[in-house]
Design a protein around this ligand. Structure first.
Ligand code: ADP
Ligand code: ZN
Length: 821
């Protein structure tokens, strides 16, 4: 046996977090030759049954808890730790909080694509080494064994040399042994190879003497000499066998080859010129406590609550600058990739290009490169979406989270963290303030400010006294009364004429539609009400299969009533229209306009969003039809009109946050228009002009909306008053999925009451609003109750029970769900 086994008592032991659905650390022995590098925070390869997995060393110890013989770690991946001690501690406690296995949380924090792969290979054995030393091998085999003696090699290395036969013979003789080798990660920092003529070489003389019989090498040498330094790749066209020729020239010391990092343009288009401004008194008031906190290395969470255009970004920039002045680093987060461009331009304008960008739209190699730049301390500013939270910055001076209300900050897979929660943990550790910026803060954050957990700073006015865009609300019910034979109205008269007018003026229009229209809520034309669940106050969803209305929280079901249960009117219909139908309608009405559509489907294509946005900026698009994508943050100077096709669609989604989302979205959309000199017009079409989530949009009255929404949440103990745990159970067979869900419900109901505390409410199981997705049926089970040990216990029970579900059934438990669809 070539590889010695290690007695754990003599040897150090590591506890390793592995990406497995078990919340445990796994113990392995450290072989002496790996002793130096097997340090906490480094990745290792270890054997689990017959698989090799990559995990992270969490700690070293000499006291194993595992009784029995430990396996040795196979290899150490990193020479330096990739996760700092602070980062690992933060991840550990955050993972515990959301009941995520530690290994899965740690894996989420590492840049994707950087985990190495393994390949089959060969290593020389002790026997082989002895044979080499004793010169007991045939001369022809010597070089092969020597190559292996230098380092183990992959099988493909030998097959390229055509030597696999010999290798098999070596293996039979015990000179070499099979092993699995680490291949470099799929993601690699890109380099380019350059060729130079070696110093002191006289090209003409060499070409005519030494290379007289090698005309191709001579030609190549001349070419390189003429270019001084040339990327070798660019030689391929003229010299198809450039690789071989270059090797010859390099062997003769005529040419030098060097690797350089390939510059990659992840920063995007050229920057905006910085605008030097002096702060308004309001801005100065808001900035002061932030600057104080940065100077005192004090953790505090600020809510910067300011309407669009009120100068929030300017405050972010000042805070970043203050952190840099204090010799510390800054992390700036935006909810979506498409929004990074804008903030990047502002940051680059002020701080230059020493920025790292992290988001999932980068290729793995690009991400790794950005990550390495931060780790090496090459740049003090990181910008990015959710995953930028894990940026390896060890001396943070400030963390900015822009558009903090956005649900994209919640990770909905694997490690279900919320960026704000992790940012606050990092802030506490680093002793630095957190700035949460928004024109429409999430109810949770606004409530935390009320509770004194967050410091609220307000910017009530737009910079320069510019007016907020005027919003017009169009009552679709009245519009319908006027239309011939009560036809469904997609574009109201007001919106149609506004588009016509805008086209005539050479302006641009954006038409916005909440695509998550299930077209399933039943709407009363008379009063605009929809049927809601008596228990949950959530919109009931119409199912055409059994022609029933159903509550997706508690599974309450009724036949659709003949008359509106609010006003008694008999006239109702299904609500909603799709983006494609809207596009057809618009094309039909405006045949000569240049029309584009932007939604999540089209945005998935790399570069598509950018090209549409460029089209809009360059005024090659007259009308943009879009979903949420267009509602967020883009600055479009030529846009004079924003139309919201059906505000009700979002309002009646079966989600307790439906009203909050609708208000936020409408306010954001309204904020888009009229940022330029030309006044913008915003037209909102709705059947509910007086709804508390719609009416306050008229005068941008967040506080009025907040007060009403808080009452609604309180009445039914929805967050932030109560807490929700959502368990989503999916499977290809409906009956089995349903019965597994029922079993889970029975299980938690046994612990829902413990006599001492308030009890928990169990809602469902019920089909999830997206009842079937990619061939799988989806059921949801909600547990609602006050935060505390009872709710915690229920969550733990659910996690344990769902981990035991047999494939193809699958379930996950979200202890603080953001999306309920
Ligand atoms: P927000 O982030 O709240 O939408 P911005 O910071 O982008 O607001 O400010 C809106 C506009 O006002 C920007 O063009 C910005 O350059 C400008 N601005 C911000 N602060 C000032 C200031 N103190 N004086 C003059 N212009 C300012
Ligand atoms: Zn219900």
């Amino acid at each position: 046996m070539d590889q010695p086994l290690f007695a754990p008592t003599r040897c150090d032991i590591v506890r390793v977090a592995l990406p497995l659905p078990v919340d445990e650390l796994f113990e392995y022995a450290v072989p002496p030759e790996l002793n130096e590098h097997a340090q906490p925070g480094c990745r290792v390869r270890v054997r689990v049954r017959d698989r090799l997995l990559t995990g992270v060393i969490v700690e070293r110890t000499s006291h194993p808890q595992f009784e029995g013989r430990l396996l040795p770690i196979e290899s150490v991946v990193d020479l330096e730790r990739v996760l700092s001690k602070a980062m690992m501690e933060m991840l550990r406690s955050a993972a515990t909080e959301v009941l995520c296995p530690i290994g899965i949380a740690l894996a989420a924090a590492l840049p994707a694509g950087s985990a190495p792969r393994t390949a089959a290979g060969y290593a020389i054995t002790r026997h082989g080494r002895a044979a080499l030393a004793a010169a007991a091998v045939a001369e022809s085999d010597r070089s092969l064994l020597e190559a292996l003696d230098r380092k183990p090699r992959t099988r493909s290395y030998f097959s390229k040399l055509g030597n696999t036969k010999r290798l098999e013979a070596f293996e039979r003789d015990g000179l070499v042994a099979r092993t699995s080798l680490l291949r470099p990660a799929a993601a690699r920092v890109a380099t380019i190879q350059n060729a130079n003529v070696a110093p002191g070489v006289d090209v003409e003389v060499t070409a005519t003497t030494l290379l007289a019989r090698a005309p191709k090498q001579a030609a190549l040498l001349r070419k390189i000499a003429a270019a001084r330094e040339i990327p070798t790749r660019s030689l391929l066209e003229e010299f198809p066998d450039a690789a071989r020729l270059l090797r010859r020239l390099a062997d003769r010391a005529l040419v030098e080859l060097s690797e350089k990092r390939a510059p990659r343009d992840v920063l995007g288009e050229p920057l905006e010129a910085d605008r030097k401004v002096s702060l308004t008194p309001d801005q100065a008031t808001c900035l002061k406590p932030i600057v104080d906190a940065i100077r005192r290395s004090h953790y505090e969470t600020f809510l910067l609550h300011g309407v669009t255009g009120s100068g929030k970004t300017e405050i972010y920039l000042r805070a970043v600058s203050e952190a840099l002045r204090a010799g510390r680093q800054a992390l700036v987060m935006v909810p979506e990739i498409s929004l990074t461009h804008q903030i990047l331009a502002r940051l680059r304008g002020r701080f230059g290009d020493e920025l790292a960008v992290l988001h999932s739209g980068l290729r793995p190699g690009e991400r790794l490169e950005q990550w390495e730049r931060l780790r090496a301390g090459a740049t003090p500013i990181a910008v990015g979406a959710r995953s930028a939270l894990f940026a390896p910055l060890e001396n943070l001076g400030v963390i900015v989270i822009d558009e903090e209300h956005d649900s994209a900050y919640k990770n909905d897979e694997g490690f279900r963290y919320h960026a704000i929660d992790l940012a606050r943990r990092r802030g506490k550790q680093a002793g630095c303030p957190i700035i949460l910026g928004s024109a429409t803060p999430s109810l949770d954050t606004r409530f935390a400010a009320e509770q004194g957990d967050v410091t609220r700073l307000v910017l009530a006015k737009r910079i320069g006294g510019r007016p907020l865009p005027a919003v017009e609300i169009i009552d679709l019910a009245r519009e319908r009364d006027r239309s011939p034979r009560g036809r469904k109205v997609i574009l109201s008269t007001a919106l149609r004429s506004a588009i016509t007018q805008t086209l005539a003026d050479g302006g641009q229009s954006i038409l916005f539609l909440n695509r998550r229209g299930f077209s399933t809520a039943i709407l009363c034309f008379e009063c605009g009400a929809t049927e809601r669940c008596k228990n949950c106050d959530i919109a009931l969803v119409y199912h055409s299969t059994d022609q029933h209305l159903r509550c997706h929280y508690c599974d309450f079901q009724i036949a659709p009533p003949d008359r509106c249960s609010d006003c008694g009117a008999p006239d109702s219909a299904l609500l909603g229209v799709g983006t494609q139908r809207l596009e057809e309608e618009v094309r039909g009405q405006f045949p000569n306009a240049r029309i584009a559509r932007l939604d999540r489907d089209t945005a998935r294509r790399r570069g598509f969003t950018e090209s549409v946005l460029r089209g809009l900026r360059d005024r090659n698009i007259d009308i943009l039809i879009g979903t949420q994508m267009v509602a967020k943050g883009h600055d479009f100077p030529g846009v004079r009109l924003v139309g919201v096709i059906a505000a009700d669609v979002g309002l009646h989604l079966p989600d307790f946050r439906a009203a909050e989302r609708t208000f936020q979205l409408l306010t954001q959309v309204a904020g888009r228009a009229g940022r330029d000199a030309a006044p913008g017009r915003v037209i909102v079409q709705t059947f509910n002009p007086d709804h508390y989530a719609i009416r306050p949009v008229l005068d941008h009255d967040y506080e009025r909306f907040y007060a009403e929404e808080l009452e609604y949440r309180k009445a039914l103990a929805y967050p932030p008053f109560g807490r929700l745990i959502r368990t989503l159970i999916t499977g290809p067979d409906e009956a089995k999925t349903r019965s597994a869900s029922l079993a889970l419900a029975r299980l938690v109901s046994t612990i829902a009451v413990d006599g001492s505390e308030q009890e928990l409410e169990i809602l469902g199981p019920a089909p999830a609003p997206l009842t079937r997705l990619r061939g799988r049926y989806r059921y949801q089970l909600l547990v609602k109750g006050p935060p505390g040990p009872l709710l915690r216990g229920a969550a733990e029970t659910l996690v344990k029970a769902t981990a035991g579900l047999a494939s193809p059934l699958h379930a996950n438990v979200d202890v603080n769900p953001m999306s309920m669809l």
